[in-house]
Design a protein around this ligand. Structure first.
Ligand code: G3I
Ligand code: 9MR
Ligand code: ZN
Length: 520
């Protein structure tokens, strides 16, 4: 009998690094557990549930057993007295390297405008998609906007979300040829989204409406380029200027091209200081990514431009803007923290010492709150009650903040807390659900993702959006009413508000996992 049949015995179904935090959680009264080899021949460790937490988000009393001091490489099962067996798990150095590769490979699977070969894409291979010229909304003008990554389960390509995804991948600092090639694929597309005259950046390129379940190369409805937005323009600048420093030594010409494009777009922002947030124009019903506040995108843009050019005008803009507004956020609507992190992690000699101090203390204050919330939480994560659309991204984002804060301060507790966030996403939660397709025993199998649905099998390495207490699709409404926030999740294709996948949910998880890949 496994954890599901008997009771929830929650743990990281992928596994643990030997020196990592290791815990098992149950939601029924239990006192002791033992670790056995995977054939259950031998008992190798005995432990007890020493701690309990009344957990609001899951509505459960959570019993926590710690076995961090069990560090022997191997494959195991935990038997909890009276409750049964856990799913199997492993302890091993580099336990996350396959997961890391797979999370990155997801971006390849999301590629638009190119052949996905059978050799590389297996059952999900398809011909080049969305290669026709796209029409600028409200005009007869057509442009080549081929390339980039499909955003999610749909085939739209949106600038803001793409910028977050690239920024996260860059934050990993793991500049392998594969990663560089992948981000370049999206950057090249994004360059095409810039209006070459004004420097403004188009918000998105999509079909007018969401389409049915077909492979991307079978979707030939006309593509429309939605109008320029200030948020897309700010995000474009942020990521172009950031990528400039990544490619500077590798390919100086390319790096320069990215920076020139970013500076050109800044002129558009300067000419358009007050603009309304993007809303779908008449006749377009695909993802809106509406965001009325563009101050955070402008701030991020200014920081990256300053770090790449040393031009004090950008510096001044960023200092004034932040001092007034304390921009924050690592999600598609709030991008301020990307600017802050670039600044405090940079070794540029042009930095302003007192501004650096301010940014650092604001960032560390946010992390302190995350840390306190994690300590109070039954599963050791920091969402409190914030289980909204894409909640798993917020888990990964907060974990990333903890990792970075741990590096900045040397506080090891932050690293332990970051690991619990990872454990949550890989099965240590009140549903015992591993939210990454192809990984774990109770793995996510039915994503809202057109290629996976069409082929009849989920592409591996994709992070589901996860629990969403707002029940924003018909299936969630009918099946989940009355469920605790952390349980508002269904592994079913129609539930786009709990089980879609996106490039910008995979990206923070990739970067998080990467910070543990090399850990012993
Ligand atoms: O944070 C708010 C909270 O303040 C508010 O009170 C509460 C009540 O509704 O919800 C929270 O906001 C939610 C927001 O996501 C959080 O980011 C909204 O309800 C929710 O509607 C919104 O969902 C967005 C969704 O599109 C619908 O617009 C998701 O963030 C966004 O990731 C998702 O993106 C879609 C694209 O449009 C199309 N492509 C797929 C992609 C993923 O599903
Ligand atoms: O497939 C769409 C998904 O990518 C979006 O995130 C979601 C919310 O905007 O919408 C999905 O499309 C659904 C549409 O909104 C309503 N009719 C059913 C569509 C597919 O399930
Ligand atoms: Zn495509």
């Amino acid at each position: 009998k496994n954890g599901e049949e008997m009771s929830i015995i929650a743990l990281n179904q992928v596994g643990y690094v030997p020196n990592g935090v290791k815990e098992v959680r149950v939601v029924k009264e239990a006192s002791t557990f033992k670790i056995m080899d995977s054939k259950k021949k031998e008992t190798l460790y005995r432990g007890s549930f020493k701690k309990t937490i009344d957990d609001n988000a899951s509505g459960e009393k959570v019993y926590i057993g710690d076995f961090s001091d069990f560090i022997i490489t191997g494959k195991y099962i935990i038997e909890v007295d009276g409750l049964g067996d856990s799913y199997p798990f492993e302890i091993k150095p580099n336990i996350y390297s396959e997961l890391s590769n797979s999370l990155l490979k997801m971006f390849y699977y999301q590629r638009c405008g190119t052949d996905l070969t059978t050799e590389l894409a297996g059952d999900w291979a398809h011909g080049p998609c969305h290669t026709d010229l796209a029409t600028i909304y409200g005009t007869d003008k057509k442009l080549d906007i081929s390339g980039g990554w499909h955003d999610a389960g749909d085939y739209g390509r949106y600038v803001g979300p793409g910028a977050k995804a690239i920024a996260d991948l860059i934050l990993s600092g793991n500049f392998t040829p594969t990663l560089l090639e992948e981000i370049r694929y999206e950057l090249d597309w994004m360059l095409k989204m810039q209006d070459k005259e004004s420097g403004g950046v188009y918000h998105k390129v999509t079909t007018p409406a969401f389409i049915g379940n077909v492979m991307p190369d079978k979707n030939t409805t006309g593509l429309i380029i939605s109008p320029i937005s200030s948020t897309a323009t700010g995000d474009f600048i942020g990521v172009m200027a950031m990528a400039n420093r990544v490619f500077k030594d590798i390919d100086p010409n390319y790096a320069n091209k990215l920076l020139l494009a970013a500076e050109k777009s800044w002129l558009w922002l300067e000419k358009n200081p007050k603009v309304k947030g993007f809303t779908n124009p008449k006749g377009i019903t695909t993802g809106e990514y509406g965001d009325e506040q563009d101050g955070d995108e402008r701030y991020w843009a200014a920081i990256e431009l300053f770090l790449s050019t040393s031009n004090q005008d950008y510096h001044k803009y960023a200092i004034e803007s932040f001092t007034k507004n304390k921009w924050d956020g690592l999600d598609w609507a709030n991008m301020g923290t990307y600017g802050t992190l670039s600044y405090i992690l940079s070794d540029s000699i042009d930095k302003d010492e007192s501004f650096n101090k301010l940014l650092k203390s604001e960032f560390l204050q946010t992390v302190e709150t995350i840390s306190e919330n994690s300590n109070k939480d039954g599963f050791g994560i920091s969402l409190e009650n914030n289980y909204v659309w894409g909640s798993n991204e917020l888990v990964a984002d907060n974990a990333l903040r903890l990792v970075i804060a741990s590096k900045l301060t040397g506080n090891k507790m932050y690293m332990d807390q970051a690991q619990r966030h990872l454990h949550y996403l890989l099965g240590s939660n009140s549903l015992s659900q591993c939210y990454v397709s192809g990984f774990g025993t109770k793995t996510m199998e039915n994503p809202h993702h057109r290629p996976s649905t069409t082929v009849g099998k989920a592409i591996p390495g994709m992070l589901s959006g996860g629990p969403n207490k707002n029940l924003q699709d018909p299936l969630a409404k009918s099946k989940l009413s009355g469920s605790a926030p952390q349980k508002c999740y269904i592994d079913a294709e129609p539930s786009y508000s709990t089980n879609e996948i996106t490039i910008y949910w995979n990206s923070p998880l990739y970067t998080l996992v990467n910070s543990f890949v090399l850990q012993e």
